[in-house]
Design a protein around this ligand. Structure first.
Ligand code: BGC
Length: 740
């Protein structure tokens, strides 16, 4: 082993003596004295039942009859509704709350606006692949505008769970496996949804979810247990939440999972000690769907009353769907068995958000706005742009792509070529199939004079091959084949985990048979997760991932296939060779026996290589880029200093293109083991053919911090490797040393 710190104790002494303390409070407390006064005044007038009402969020499906609901609202026994999309009814319910309840406290309406409201954008994992934070902010801003017009005050997003297991269906909802990128995405989305003021009539309150560690579900099975050591929790899973809090997120959702034996919806360490104590979060915490009463199923609460006590004490302020707070806490407080102060705290936080959201001043939704705002031209344009930028080119043999626009005939084959609902992707509650441009629509529009021979071939989950002949005929009669295959939207998202990541149904066989025709094949792959596509990558000419691209998907795909746009997206999750490699992510540890091909007793498999099929950060372009002239300003940098590093990136191909240039480091020796690579910066640049740009990054000591052996957040002295490159597996390598 290379040794850097000969005297380990000396290092610890240095770390302690340098005052490398736990992170300081980061929240934007930004409390307005006026709002605080109003909260206090209102709270003083509230009965216990009204307070518990504010802590209750209802879903219509559980109290079907409107009359019962209306009585509950009138009595002040409900503070919020979720996933409620009827504006007229919203206003009616709101009127009861504001004009007929004793204190007139408005309801807050929350909904899952995850990747657009009516204008559905690509799924979040796709958006992340654009690495375009400004654009990601813009799509959230548009989502907010449409949602607010639809009577939604608050979204249950962004979902910022770091996910390293593609079996987990919810990997599609987040930004992928990397903490740095995930944190930037969390910020972009919060800014997009909330702007500077979520009381603005075109903004909505955000909700960071799912606090915390949900993405580490064992074996990639949804809702499953997580065991995450505190260091990993703080280094990997919490930073996106901390970033979202810093950005001023109004609310946070506690998740379904248990973590190290404590369900997160009853986890005081997370919700009180870290979130409020360390980070100074001033908003409120909402449970996930019945995650309070699920404390019983977890086996930490005997009954609903116990569940309510555990969750409220831990710091869950509002209960989603289940009603243990309103049903049980009243009696306990009256008997002196539960402190009223916890309830007052929770209600103050909820009222604070309602005041800030402007609900007291503007409780109703103007029904005239929605028709003007939904699917506005600008929204569709951005949807098309984001869909294009999110696509990732995995292979392009002999530059088959872009296809010539004068191609005479195309066989368009596959179950996803003309499926509207699958373009929308998971969590598109406000989306409508009629708004979607499918691939077939997009291709026809782009090439009105081309003969497009469309054949579905099979359904996504089909076991029947009855449609194969028609597909083969289309292939044989056309100049080139484009296949639209992969996962349907319903194979992704909550409760949709898979243990087999191959193409579902008989699609693989369809691909094999079409391949046997000898035609050139472009696969457009629709998916919300990494798939095991080794055979495809080896055998077809070109592969483009389109994800689930949203309402403008078909137009955007045509733009890319015919060269109107040169693809630039890069993967934000590792694609494994097979399911047995999972978990596999780029920032793993070196181990004590790093792989050595000459030594069998080093870390490896005997059946597949350690390397993934496709690494994090990977993606091609129609042009090519060369990296040269890595310059590291100095080889030693002091704790108080910063370091600039640069490289020249040249477009060596014949198309103008964009490149996402990535900066990685490796902290070679630490007081605890460190990842072999960590992303620390990136930039998306445009280059004309032949053009070179010098890209400069500045690293500061803050970028080198992590939770050390004493759980202090520090940068440690010693040597680092550094790369500037096109993905996590390639790049120009240099090194530097952090000195005293
Ligand atoms: C999901 C949340 C979602 C909530 C409300 C839950 O099942 O885990 O992400 O926000 O439902 O729809």
């Amino acid at each position: 082993m290379k040794t850097r710190k000969a005297v380990f104790l000396g290092l610890l002494f240095f770390v302690v003596c340098c005052g490398c303390v736990k992170e300081a409070k980061v929240g934007k407390p930004n409390l307005s004295p006026d709002i605080e006064r109003r909260v206090e005044k209102l709270l003083a007038k509230m009965t216990l039942e009204e307070k518990l009402g504010q802590m209750s969020q209802m879903h219509e499906i559980y109290r079907k009859e409107s009359l019962i609901l209306e009585n509950e609202i009138r009595a002040g026994r409900v503070g919020s509704f979720l996933n409620f999309f009827d504006i007229e009814k919203r206003n009616r319910f709101q009127r009861i709350a504001v004009e007929q309840s004793r204190l007139g406290i408005p309801l807050i309406f929350g909904a899952d606006v995850i990747h657009g409201h009516r204008t559905i954008f690509p799924v979040p994992l796709a958006e992340a692949a654009s690495w375009n934070m400004a654009l990601a902010e813009r799509t959230a801003k548009i989502a907010a505008r449409e949602a607010r017009a639809a009577g939604i005050d608050w979204t249950f997003g962004p979902m910022i769970d770091i996910a390293r297991d593609p079996r987990w269906g919810r990997i599609v909802e987040g930004a992928g496996e990397d903490t740095y990128l995930g944190s930037l995405m969390a910020r972009a989305k919060v800014r997009g949804f909330q702007g500077d003021d979520y009381g603005d009539s075109e903004r909505i309150a955000a909700c960071l979810k799912h606090f915390a560690g949900y993405g580490a579900a064992q074996a990639g099975r949804d809702y499953h247990t997580t065991d995450i050591p505190e260091r990993v929790l703080r280094n990997v899973y919490l930073p996106p939440f901390k970033a979202g809090v810093e950005e001023g997120a109004a609310t946070i959702m506690s998740g379904f999972n248990d973590i190290n034996g404590v369900p997160v919806s009853g986890n005081r360490f997370l919700m009180t000690d870290i979130l409020r104590g360390e980070w100074g979060f001033e908003g409120f915490v909402l449970s996930d769907w019945k995650s309070v009463t699920q404390l019983i199923d977890h086996g930490v609460a005997e009954d609903e009353q116990a569940a309510a006590v555990i969750a409220a004490t831990a710091g869950v302020d509002m209960e989603m769907v289940s009603s243990s707070y309103i049903d049980h806490l009243d009696e306990l407080v009256r008997k002196g068995k539960f402190p009223l102060s916890i309830i007052d705290e929770a209600v103050s936080r909820i009222l604070r958000v309602k005041f800030r959201a402007g609900l007291f001043e503007n409780p109703y939704t103007d029904v005239a706005i929605a028709p003007k705002v939904m699917l506005a031209d600008e929204h569709l344009e951005i949807a098309r742009q984001m869909a294009r930028e999110s696509m990732v080119l995995l292979k392009n043999e002999n530059q088959l792509l872009p296809l010539k626009k004068n191609v005479k005939s195309i066989a368009l084959i596959g179950p996803l070529a003309n499926s509207r609902k699958d373009m929308l992707g998971t969590w598109s509650l406000g989306g409508r199939e009629e708004d979607v441009v499918t691939m077939l629509d997009g291709l026809k529009k782009a090439l009105p004079n081309c003969e497009i021979n469309y054949a579905k071939g099979c359904d996504v989950l089909d076991t029947s091959k009855d449609g194969f002949n028609e597909a083969l005929e289309a292939a044989n009669n056309s100049d080139v084949v484009i296949m639209a295959i992969g996962e349907s939207a319903e194979l992704n998202g909550e409760a949709h985990c898979r243990t087999n990541l191959d193409l579902p149904g008989v699609q693989r066989e369809l691909l094999h048979q079409i391949h046997a025709t000898g035609k050139d094949i472009v696969v457009v792959l629709f998916t919300g997760r990494p798939l095991t596509i080794g055979w495809m990558l080896e055998n077809v000419n070109s592969v483009l991932i389109a994800w689930h691209p949203g309402v403008q998907g078909g137009n955007a795909i045509a733009d890319v296939l015919f060269g109107e746009y040169n693809p630039a997206g890069k993967l934000t999750v590792t694609f494994p060779r097979n399911v047995g490699q999972i978990p596999i992510f780029y920032n793993m540890k070196n181990t004590g026996r790093p792989e050595d091909p000459t030594d069998p007793y080093t870390t490896k498999y005997i059946d597949v290589p350690n390397t993934p099929l496709l690494p994090f950060g990977f993606g091609l372009s129609y042009t090519t880029f060369e990296y040269e002239n890595l310059k590291i300003e100095k080889d030693k940098v002091s704790m108080s200093g910063s370091l600039t590093v640069s490289a020249d990136i040249k477009n060596t191909g014949k198309y103008p293109g964009e490149e996402i240039v990535q900066l990685y480091i490796h902290d070679i020796t630490g007081s605890v083991t460190r990842p072999v690579k960590e992303l620390k910066g990136f930039e998306k640049i445009s280059l004309k053919p032949g053009q070179t740009k010098t890209l400069t990054f500045t690293l500061s000591t803050d970028d080198l911090r992590f939770y050390d052996i004493n759980m202090n957040f520090v940068a440690e002295l010693g040597k680092f490797d550094l790369w500037i490159g096109p993905n996590s597996a390639e790049g120009l390598k240099g090194s530097f040393e952090l000195t005293n």
